[in-house]
Design a protein around this ligand. Structure first.
Ligand SMILES: *[C@@H]1O[C@H](CO)[C@@H](O)[C@H](O)[C@H]1NC(C)=O
Ligand SMILES: *[C@@H]1O[C@H](CO)[C@@H](O)[C@H](O)[C@H]1NC(C)=O
Ligand SMILES: *[C@@H]1O[C@H](CO)[C@@H](O)[C@H](O)[C@H]1NC(C)=O
Ligand SMILES: *[C@@H]1O[C@H](CO)[C@@H](O)[C@H](O)[C@H]1NC(C)=O
Length: 233
């Protein structure tokens, strides 16, 4: 009985993986930042690939915890990634405080970023949305590397105009969403197929992690750019 159940379970998992694999894959990064008042921040973030948690990020009162949930990268490299993420988070919270002051935005403040890409059997798609206090604020269109305001407000228009003034950042974001992110998914699929014996050949796991942490760091940079340009006049 137990054996049959196990076999059914394994079979349904294999079928599920096949159906899932044929239709849809996605890599999503989420960052939630809460600023109860000036100089105080709580930040949570994670990355998921096909719904599986790949990275987590947490920042509270200067205490920082970021984890890779698969031991794919050497500890040396991982320590370097953590350093740059910490640097990013410090810049991020300082700049939110500057912008809030400049644009006279009142605390408490919630900044929510949701970004990633999706791979279908017949194409791909990407998304990057920023919410301010739970309301849609900005969206990045990778097709024409343009930020558009989602809120009908002077601050959203101002921020978009500022962001779009820097083609270096918008083009690199476009490249990240349309190529790096999609390649990450493809590499992940290859790894999965290799591990289930569908495909022969060696896959280099550290490379995959390099890409995915690079992605996290790059998104950090993109948000940082968002805030940097928003903070300037
Ligand atoms: C990732 O973080 C978001 C926001 O905190 C949360 O809603 C979601 O459940 C998390 N995903 C996983 C797989 O833990
Ligand atoms: C850091 O996060 C990881 C993953 O969420 C968790 O397992 C670990 O206990 C956390 N460490 C600290 C010091 O909070
Ligand atoms: C992919 O195929 C689905 C139907 O199977 C269709 O709805 C969708 O628009 C197609 N996407 C592209 C990018 O062609
Ligand atoms: C870019 O594309 C989006 C979505 O199609 C559109 O709303 C926006 O007006 C476009 N911006 C420019 C400058 O073409």
């Amino acid at each position: 009985m137990g054996m049959v159940l196990l076999q059914i379970l394994l079979l349904s998992q294999a079928l599920g993986r096949w159906v899932y694999g044929a239709e849809f894959h996605d890599f999503t990064m989420v960052q939630l930042a809460y600023f109860p008042e000036r100089m105080s921040a709580d930040i949570f973030g994670n990355a998921t690939l096909d719904g599986t948690l790949t990275h987590s990020l947490k920042y509270h009162n200067g205490q920082f915890n970021v984890s890779q949930l698969f031991p794919l990268e050497s500890s040396d490299l991982w320590e370097q990634r953590k350093e740059s993420l910490l640097e990013y988070l410090n810049i991020f919270k300082d700049l939110v405080s500057i912008i809030a002051r400049e644009r006279k935005i009142l605390y408490p403040l919630h900044v929510h970023c949701n970004t990633g890409c999706q791979l279908f059997a017949n194409g791909s798609n990407s998304f990057y949305e920023v919410l301010l206090n739970g309301m849609e604020f900005l969206r990045f269109h990778a097709s024409n590397h343009t930020w558009v305001p989602l809120e009908n407000s002077a601050r959203a228009r101002y921020t978009c105009n500022k962001l779009n003034e820097f083609p270096q950042s918008t083009v690199s974001l476009q490249l990240f969403l349309q190529e790096t992110c999609i390649n990450l998914i493809k590499t992940h699929i290859e790894m999965k197929e290799a591990s289930t014996g569908k495909q022969k050949g060696r896959v280099h796991a550290p490379l995959v992690l390099g890409i995915s942490i690079g992605a996290l760091a790059l998104i950090g940079l993109a948000v940082c750019i968002f805030l940097c340009t928003g903070g300037k006049r």
